[in-house]
Design a binder for this molecule. Structure first.
Ligand code: NAD
Ligand code: TYD
Length: 340
């Protein structure tokens, strides 16, 4: 199987490429990535010499480039490329609309033109909006995005659905819950909390910290995506959940306990604007139709993830020394009075 992976130098895309090369001997992968602040070729250092893998630097918004790539014959395109961080979308939404919405449209047109037999749009549970303490989002729940990030992803999803309906494009949408695991950029809550805790710095918790997320290990997500790539049905949407809901404050405390650090490192900071209270997915469709369910229990996966960040200090200290510092200061202000 020959596939184009877009956004393959990011967190989930790099884990997916590694998974495909490890499990499918006949697989060929072209990785198209713009290398934004979140894209990092170090994430794929172990496969860069694999003859089945090729990297192309460029944007999914570049019509000519995407067209030129798809002139070669591919069996599928998996679209991971995105601006992915909610807080950055609140600070400036422009790049989110460009990549997540317009970039998706560029890909859809190119897939149509070159008759790519399968397109998978990697989307998110955030397009459904926020839940109260009970209930779950199903694939047919209305889209009700609250952040600019979620709105730009929802717009991308709607375009995919429109191309399926209008042109019969063989596309599938997946919507997963919050991922965690190795190679996640340390602006997201889990790697931010882990790396700050290792460094003895404050863990900035938004508001009361009682917001709930459903956690999915990235390896489980990649396995589900590989299955959907092979056996999913065109025109369908599949929720991919981790079946594990946790309040943010419990995640922060668990990380501190794992590292032997005190709860006093948790600092309640001003809440995120428009902060969604709870996400939770009904993923019975994926279980029923394709027989998939997550394997990695959250506490096991989190312990391994903490270990990975302890073993890869150079990877994340390099990231945190760059553009990140400016972003961090702008988002949280000075938290240096709390340290240990
Ligand atoms: P990430 O931010 O770690 O990586 C995104 C990658 O896309 C980076 O390598 C970046 O360089 C690349 N990119 C950005 N703009 C591009 C463009 N115009 N052209 C080509 N490449 C571009 O994101 P992630 O966490 O790996 O998320 C991957 C996908 O999964 C996204 O579509 C996201 O919406 C979705 N998703 C993520 C989560 C999560 O918890 N991280 C959950 C559900 C869905
Ligand atoms: P995040 O990893 O940004 O994912 P998302 O917003 O896509 O769910 O955040 C996960 C949860 O953690 C979310 O409820 C926001 C919260 N959070 C904090 O409390 N502090 C932080 O510094 C960050 C980045 C997130």
């Amino acid at each position: 199987m020959r596939i184009v992976v877009t956004g393959g130098a990011g967190f989930i895309g790099s884990n997916f490429i590694r998974h495909m090369l490890a499990t499918e001997p006949d697989c060929g992968v072209v990785n198209l990535d713009k290398l934004t602040y979140a894209g990092n070729l170090e994430n794929l250092a172990d496969v860069e010499r694999d003859p089945r893998y090729r990297f192309i630097k460029g944007s999914i918004c570049d019509v000519e480039l995407v067209d030129a790539i798809l002139k070669e014959r591919f069996d599928a395109l998996m679209n991971f490329a995105a601006e992915s961080h909610v807080d950055r979308s609140i600070q400036d939404a422009r790049a989110f609309v460009e990549t997540n919405t317009l970039g998706t449209q560029v890909i859809l047109d190119a897939c149509r033109r070159h008759r790519v037999p399968r397109m998978v749009q990697v989307s998110t549970d955030e397009v459904y909006g926020s839940l109260g303490p009970s209930g779950y989002f199903r694939e047919d729940s209305p889209l009700s995005p609250n952040s600019p990030y979620a709105a730009s992803k929802a717009a991308g999803d709607l375009l995919v659905a429109a191309y399926v309906r209008t042109y019969g494009l063989p596309a599938i949408i997946t919507r997963s819950s919050n991922n965690y695991g190795p190679y996640q950029f340390p602006e997201k809550a889990v790697p931010l909390f882990i790396t700050n805790a290792i460094a003895g710095e404050a863990l900035p918790l938004y508001g009361d910290g009682l917001q709930v997320r459903e956690w999915l290990h990235v390896q489980d997500h990649c396995e589900a995506l590989a299955l959907i790539l092979r056996n999913g049905h065109n025109g369908e949407i599949y929720n991919i959940g981790g079946k594990c809901e946790r309040a943010n404050i419990d995640v922060a405390r668990h990380i501190l306990r794992t590292l032997g650090k005190p709860d006093s490192l948790i600092v309640h900071v001003e809440d995120r604007l428009g902060h969604d209270r709870r996400y939770a997915l009904d993923m019975s469709k994926l279980e029923r139709k394709l027989g998939w369910r997550p394997r990695i229990p959250f506490e096991t996966g989190l312990k391994e993830t903490v270990g990975w960040y302890e073993d890869h200090v150079t990877w994340w200290t390099r990231i945190k020394a760059g553009e990140y510092r400016e972003y961090y200061q702008k988002t949280y202000g000075d938290l240096s009075h709390v340290s240990q």
